[in-house]
Ligand binder design. Structure first.
Ligand code: B12
Length: 260
């Protein structure tokens, strides 16, 4: 993936070379302001980074910055030793650190390779937390979880899946970017009680719309309960008022607390 700063610079050169006089000046000023905002991290860090959970959160973040898997896993182990539930480790420690990785990538302060490494480290760390978890007895409920077609961000949905599994759900976790038609066939095949869909980028809401329309028409009367979540919905809360699903939850812990 290209850095937004590089892409923005290319866009600026391309636009200004095609324009003349005051049009070119205006576009140049607008693009320079955009570039300056991207370079100044204070302009682009919204609320989530402020929510680091204390020392463990900071240590975990540092371990990701350093690309140090062992340190990251030690932080997770420490959190569990201190009595944190796996979901708290995921939501309070791993998630904010991954958000921070996103801002650092956006600000061109870390490379795509470092971001990939941070994701891989977090996947391992979460797996360690999962195997140390206590699981409630099976509750007879089933969930099928998938990112919508085109969404490659699967770590958050994995947290949701793991959280449900600790509560006794039987989960069918498909991960990233399931083609809509195949997902429909799979819903038909496994008939889950609940379908959990993840959407990270605003444009992926189009695929969510298409998917939920097909579900409503294909499975009329016996459609699964649809739960939606992901960054696209969290950053545009006005979109979440049951436009697509039956429920929306902002993170894995809220889902556990509020889903009946
Ligand atoms: C890692 C990463 C990637 C990896 C993902 C790898 C993987 N295996 O998952 C890869 C390299 C694939 C990637 C690609 C891209 N990425 Co990216 N990526 C990230 C990053 C740094 C972390 C994602 C993550 O793991 N977050 C942590 C998880 C735990 O948080 P979460 O997803 O929000 O999940 C929680 C809640 O949202 C909720 N939730 C999520 N799903 C669901 C579902 C249900 C049912 C429920 C109830 C709740 C729920 O619960 C979760 C757990 O609590 C984010 C930064 C960020 N802010 O997230 C950028 C980010 C999302 N990416 C971004 C971009 C721009 C891209 C690309 C377009 C880059 C490019 N030019 O190619 C592509 C698009 C790929 C695609 N088509 O989807 C931007 C999006 C900006 C925007 N406009 O929205 C971000 C925000 C980075 C940034 N600051 O600019 N990316």
């Amino acid at each position: 993936m290209d850095h937004p700063i590089d892409s923005f610079g290319i866009l600026k050169n391309s636009l200004t070379s095609r324009l003349e006089g005051s049009d070119a000046d205006t576009v140049e000023k607008v693009m320079d302001a955009g570039l300056a905002a991207l370079q100044d991290r204070s302009e682009i860090v919204p609320f989530e980074v402020e929510e680091h959970s204390g020392l463990l959160g900071m240590k975990y973040s540092q371990a990701l910055m350093d690309g140090n898997r062992r340190n990251a896993e030690e932080v997770v182990e420490q959190g569990l030793d201190d009595g944190l539930h796996m979901v708290d480790v995921a939501v309070d420690i791993v998630q904010p650190a991954m958000y921070e990785i996103g801002y650092l990538w956006q600000a061109n302060r870390i490379t795509v390779a470092q971001e990939h490494l941070a994701t891989a480290i977090s996947q391992n760390a979460l797996a360690r937390a999962f195997i140390r978890s206590e699981f409630e007895a099976p509750n007879g409920r089933t969930a099928l979880l998938s990112c919508v077609e085109g969404n490659h961000h699967q770590l958050g949905l994995r947290m949701v899946s793991d959280a449900l599994e600790t509560k006794g759900w039987e989960v069918n976790y498909l991960g990233a970017d399931t083609p809509t038609n195949d997902l429909i066939k799979h819903i038909d095949k496994v008939s889950p009680d609940t379908l959990a869909l993840s959407v990270s980028m605003p444009y992926q809401l189009l695929e969510l719309t298409k998917l939920t329309e097909i579900i409503n028409s294909n499975f009329a009367g016996k459609a699964p309960v649809v739960i939606i979540g992901g960054l696209a919905l969290n950053t545009h809360p006005m979109l979440t008022k049951k436009l697509w699903g039956d429920y929306h939850f902002v993170d894995a812990r809220t889902l556990l607390e509020e889903l009946n």
